[in-house]
Design a protein around this ligand. Structure first.
Ligand code: IVH
Length: 698
């Protein structure tokens, strides 16, 4: 029996740090066993990976410093989890090993690895740089696929590295994995190793379906993928869209393996296996570090989660010479990026009032370093989401911060093993707005509670000003949170046009406002007056009018007067404008004070080119009226670039494929949108095809 840890993992982690090494090692082993069981066997982890890694590394360090403490059952002595009852055990023909993993955000890690390799290979200082294959570290679950005479006969999880679980039925549901290899030169036996994962968009869609059904949402793509693969009912697995990338080999027979790792992956791709395009063959440590940086910059834009990069010595003969040390190859290393999930204590829940009056419960957290910065606030979305997650003040929660996305609380850490206490929420949305005291209403059927104070509410006014000044709206640099707080609280700004009355003297009078910054703000205000109709419409902050709708409206009406006077039927003619959006626009311009705001802003000097929306007259607008959908990663263009080019040619970019879609532009890793396009016979283009379309459009 494993000792059952008591108290929260957080407490155990810090409280015992200075106890006797032997006691600490024992406690760490018990904790790690416990968490490994939750993770691998029950598919119900209690702590984020980063916490497990931290405990693991602490134990490793402790055992390193006191070799006498090492026990044969130490979690550091095994590779993975345990075999689930219900899946037949599979003894791997070749053990599935792990690689040395280091958390490294500097270039030093690449140099240290390269030096180790060069030393082991006894290369002299002036020898050629070593050739490496650099690839992504996919954040999923390792799988071994066994093909005999080209047919998929078995798929197994890693298990403890020696024995895994037979998950063949479940793996067969992954459309990307060929059931039969293609091409010539199919080996007698080929074991392919790779990672099963869930794309982020598929994960979001799955969670949306859960929300629609009022069911529990999943915490992250990785756990969801692992859970799906280890489902006892393959029909359930089939409903969880999974993906796969191959990154290596197990046993092979009757195959002339290419002489390098990169060529091996090419060969696997030729046999019909999915291999990531984000990989490179590089020489020397500096190039490895460069790869790590480039992928780090790309990380948040990828359609799937990665947790680092992997460097491998490219030549197979050199890999053989380097061999293994304690179950890890000397020829490979993983360098992890900072974790995007961490756990911390939820100290309080505050209510924030947004631009449209929406009340958002915001988690006040014990500051924690996650995704590269210290986070002390995170969104809890809304009261229903919060209840679904069962989060309460005082809980230890998991916080996620990925890229520029607002940090969020994804769930609570189930601190105590054993039966759960009934959930009694300790947060309720307030009946009146905490900022202005107006009544709070919940829209019929909606998830959100809203303050009804409108621009009377200082919080809504501040957000309206910040939105107006935003980069994608009027782009007024220097008009940030702090300044807007002062301007609104001090009564200097009551309505948007007041902004353009701001003079140097009123700015300099404010706290912490240097002469130079004040001048910059005045200049930015001045510069913002020359804009486009679409930006101006977006900046007004009309509910349901985002950037795309603003562009559509500008294009359709060409000028603001026609739009302000438009009837419902005219508004409904605009592409993608439905009754809710049309009503919102109609109501907005139906209110005299809003029309007055527009008049005053124009009187303040805001202007845009007259023919701004009148695109039909421009010769370069031959994509006008066309709707395109982008999916997957294009070889040379970013999604934003492609979108900008399409829009410049008068086209529209939509998020989902329908019969009205003119073209789908598909790149690597294209997913369900591509399937949908085929289903509806919508023409599919690659990047080259898009470029041709654009050339014709010019
Ligand atoms: S190579 C003997 N390459 O990271 C080398 N592993 O321990 C075997 N992983 O759980 C691993 N992406 O499933 C390799 N490009 C990649 C990988 C990768 C993700 C996972 C693997 C294992 C862990 C490494």
């Amino acid at each position: 029996m494993l000792p059952t840890p008591t108290g929260t993992a957080l407490q155990q982690n810090s409280a015992m740090a200075d106890t006797h090494p032997e006691a600490r090692a024992q406690a760490l082993r018990a904790l790690l066993h416990h968490h490994a069981h939750r993770y691998h066997v029950l598919d119900a982890p209690e702590v984020p990976d980063a916490e497990y890694d931290r405990l693991f590394q602490e134990l490793q360090a402790l055992e390193g410093a006191h070799p006498g403490l090492l026990t044969p059952d130490s979690p550091t002595q095994r590779v993975g989890g345990r075999v689930l009852e219900g899946f037949a055990p599979v003894r791997h023909a070749m053990p599935m090993l792990s690689i040395r993993t280091e958390t490294d955000t500097t270039t030093a890690g690449a140099m240290a690895f390269d030096q180790r390799v060069r030393r082991e290979l006894e290369l002299s200082v002036d020898a050629e740089p070593v050739e490496y294959a650099a690839e992504l570290k996919f954040d999923g679950l390792a799988i071994n696929l066994r093909y005999e005479q080209g047919v998929l006969v078995q798929a197994a999880t890693r298990g403890d590295g020696e024995t895994g679980e037979d998950v063949t039925q479940n793996i067969r549901t992954i459309g990307q994995i060929p059931l039969r290899l293609q091409g010539t030169g199919v080996p007698d036996v080929l074991e392919v190793r790779g990672e099963v994962f869930m794309r982020r968009d598929h994960f979001e869609a799955l969670n949306q379906r859960q929300r629609d059904k009022g069911e529990k949402t999943y915490i992250n793509p990785r756990n969801t993928a692992a859970g799906a693969v280890r489902q006892l009912d393959p029909a359930i697995t089939a409903q969880r869209p999974l993906s796969f990338f191959a990154y290596g080999l197990g046993e092979t027979k009757g195959w002339a393996q290419p002489p390098t790792h990169s060529a091996t992956l090419d060969a696997l791709a030729a046999l019909g296996l999915p291999v990531s395009a984000d990989r490179a063959v590089v020489h020397g440590a500096a190039a490895l570090a460069q790869f790590q940086q480039a992928m780090g910059a790309k990380r948040d834009g990828l359609p799937f989660d990665i947790d680092g990069v992997v460097y491998k010595v490219n030549r197979i003969d050199l890999q053989k010479r380097l061999g293994f040390v304690s179950r890890e190859p000397r020829w490979a290393v993983a360098h992890k990026y900072p974790a995007q999930e961490q756990m911390t204590r939820l100290n309080d829940i505050e209510v924030q009032v947004g631009r449209t009056g929406k009340l958002t419960p915001v988690a006040k957290l014990e500051p924690v370093f996650v995704g590269g910065t210290t986070v002390s606030n995170a969104t809890l979305h809304n009261v229903f989401e919060l209840r679904r997650k069962g989060v309460r003040v005082g809980d230890t929660v998991i916080v996620r911060r990925a890229g520029d996305v607002i940090p969020e609380v994804v769930g609570r850490v189930v601190a105590q093993p054993g039966p759960r206490q009934p959930y009694v929420p300790n947060y309720r949305p307030p009946a009146t707005c905490p900022v202005c005291g107006s009544a709070v209403l919940r829209e019929k059927g909606g998830m959100d509670h809203r303050c009804t104070g409108g621009l009377f509410c200082a919080a809504q006014r501040k957000q309206a000003v910040l939105h107006f000044a935003g980069r994608r709206a009027m782009d007024i640099e220097g008009l940030g949170d702090k300044l807007v707080d002062q301007l609104v609280d001090g009564g200097v700004i009551r309505t948007l046009p007041d902004l353009y009355k701001l003079g140097l003297s009123s700015l300099v009078a404010l706290e912490r406002m240097a002469d130079k910054s004040a001048r910059n703000v005045v200049a930015a205000l001045d510069a913002s007056k020359t804009t486009t109709l679409a930006r101006f419409l977006y900046a007004l902050g009309i509910r349901h009018v985002g950037e795309t709708t603003a562009k559509d409206l500008a294009r359709y009406f060409g000028g603001i007067d026609a739009l302000m006077d438009a009837h419902m039927d005219a508004l409904l003619q605009v592409s993608d404008v439905g009754p809710v959006v049309a009503q919102s626009i109609h109501t907005f311009f139906g209110q005299p004070h809003n029309r007055e705001v527009v008049e005053q802003l124009r009187a303040a000097g805001i202007s845009w080119p007259e023919d701004d929306g009148d695109v039909a007259n421009l010769p370069s607008q031959t994509l006008a009226g066309k709707t395109l959908v982008l999916t997957g990663t294009l070889p040379t263009m970013s999604r934003d670039e492609a979108k900008a080019l399409i829009e410049a040619a008068g086209g529209k970019v939509a998020g989902s494929v329908s019969r009205k879609t003119s073209y789908v532009v598909a790149g690597a890793e294209a997913g369900s949108k591509l399937d949908k396009a085929r289903e509806l016979s919508v023409p599919v283009l690659d990047e080259e095809g898009l470029k041709q379309l654009l050339v014709r459009a010019v």
